[in-house]
Write a protein that binds this ligand. Structure first.
Ligand code: FAD
Length: 430
């Protein structure tokens, strides 16, 4: 072992954190020891940030704290639900981050943060000391908010499938089990929610599944919104591919849901009461539970941050990225989370070196599949201007309307390669 490597190993903050040696739990990381950055949450935001912190400064000690050994992604979960892709496509290992990027992994849950002592409490016992902390804990659900009767228990009968994994498979299995001629209801929450085009991609791909297997079944979208992302493109595609199969009731026509009865499989909306065979109820959302409990959110339920550094406006030395933060014009997407992670990691590295955070540019690309051979997309660039993340006009844009089949096929292929690439980029996998 080289001398530098050896010194790094013995000085590693995990030793000081009581994780590897409880007897040393009060020891702090100071002096010449490289700074220790703790990243909480191994989704697109957290994994990318851990990787890029090490990329921008290979001397940093970076620990990624996330509960599971595998990450189950939401991107491409809709094709899994529709039986177009195997379940294995959404399962991602973290080992690339350790092997290829030198990130230390701890599979545990952060229970609390002490910003004065700069420590994170782990649910398995012990704590981690940080110089700066990055949080990317995704979303949490506002159970029984706006509509009553929908909680964790109800989600076992009427899955939200808005977090990847078990819920994805439950919805897929319910679709397979339902009778032909049945009704599938997708309840769309009001803003802000993760992946604005997600419910409409889901409706499209479920419609594709029905045309193949249950041609007499129907889809009802009860929508707490008036307009939605890529609306013209989706509606054009539904006309072409799935005429009379998808009905959408926007909020102005009574699409707001008031109550859910999961035992009776009934959904009460302003427009009336619906008995459904499959209920996909997506609840209203807020920042990840840890961010809410740590006082990092405002009255909107999301975390206000400095748009150049993603440092919390409530607590210093804590940065919040991904779905949990309020990021101006950027939507809550994996692509945004990955881009914010790069900006944030560069800012953290510069701040630690007493340099200005840097000139920041951000990016979001969001593909949606309407069928296996039919893709549409939206693309946007943003920059930091007047202390806000602002859209750069004319950079990017939407797929064209009335495009040839070859264009839609090419976009479906691009969607698949986007997914492979963001996975490699975020999780440092080969
Ligand atoms: P997450 O990916 O949710 O990661 C959060 C992580 O934090 C999880 O691993 C969680 O276990 C961990 N965590 C939470 N609390 C703690 C704690 N206390 N301690 C330790 N760890 C914790 N985006 C796109 O760009 N393109 C798409 O095609 C796309 N498709 C989608 C389809 C669907 C159906 C849905 C629902 C979403 C889709 N998205 C898509 C959105 C995308 O999934 C999210 O925007 C993205 O996952 C946000 O990343 P994140 O890091 O903020 O949160």
């Amino acid at each position: 072992m080289k001398r530098r490597q050896f010194l790094r190993t013995i000085a590693h903050p995990l030793l000081c954190a009581g994780v590897l040696s409880p007897s040393l739990s009060s020891c702090a990381v100071r002096g010449n020891t490289p700074a220790h950055i703790v990243v909480i949450g191994g989704g697109y935001g957290g994994a990318s940030c851990a990787r890029y912190l090490r990329y921008f400064n290979p001397d940093l000690h970076v620990t990624l704290l996330t509960p599971e050994r595998y990450y189950y992604s939401c991107p491409f979960s809709n094709p899994v639900i529709a039986g177009i892709e195997p379940a294995s496509i959404i399962r991602h290992s973290y080992t690339g981050l350790a092997k290829n990027a030198g990130v230390r992994l701890i599979h545990d849950t952060a229970e609390g943060i002490d910003p004065d002592k700069k420590t994170v409490q782990l649910s398995g016992g012990g704590q981690l000391h940080y110089e700066r902390l990055v949080l990317s804990p995704g979303i949490s659900f506002r159970w029984n908010h706006i509509f009553s009767g929908y909680d964790r228990e109800a989600a076992r009968r009427m899955p939200h499938a808005w977090q990847g994994g078990e819920q994805t498979l439950l919805l897929r299995q319910q679709l397979r089990a339902m009778p032909d001629g049945g009704l599938i209801c997708i309840v769309v929450p009001g803003p802000a929610f993760r992946c604005p085009p997600g419910p409409y991609e889901r409706a499209s791909l479920i419609a594709y599944y029905l045309t193949q297997h249950k041609p007499r079944a129907k889809i009802l979208l009860l929508d707490a919104n008036e307009h939605f992302s890529k609306q013209d493109l989706f509606e054009e595609a539904w006309q072409q591919r799935y005429p009379n199969l998808i009905e959408r009731i926007p909020i102005s026509a009574g699409g707001l849901v008031l109550a859910v009865d999961a035992k009776k499989m009934q959904i009460q909306a302003e427009a009336g009461r619906f008995r459904v065979n499959v209920g996909n109820v997506i609840p209203f959302q807020q920042a990840g539970r840890l961010a809410v409990d740590s006082g990092l959110t405002d009255e909107s339920g999301w975390c206000p941050v400095n748009h150049q550094t993603f440092e919390s406006l409530h607590i210093p030395n804590i940065h919040i990225i991904g779905d949990s933060c309020i990021a101006g014009a950027m939507p809550k997407s994996a692509s945004s989370a990955n881009s914010q992670a790069k900006v944030c990691s560069l800012a953290v590295v510069n701040l630690l070196a007493d340099r200005p955070p840097g000139e920041m540019v951000y990016h979001n690309t969001c593909y949606s599949l309407v069928a296996p051979d039919y893709g549409i997309s939206i693309n946007a660039m943003f920059r930091y201007e007047e202390q806000r993340i602002k859209l750069i006009q004319q950079a990017g844009g939407l797929s064209p309307l009335r495009a040839a089949g070859a264009v839609r096929r090419a976009e479906a292929d691009h969607a698949r390669s986007w997914y492979r690439n963001i996975h490699r980029d975020s999780f440092a996998s080969p």
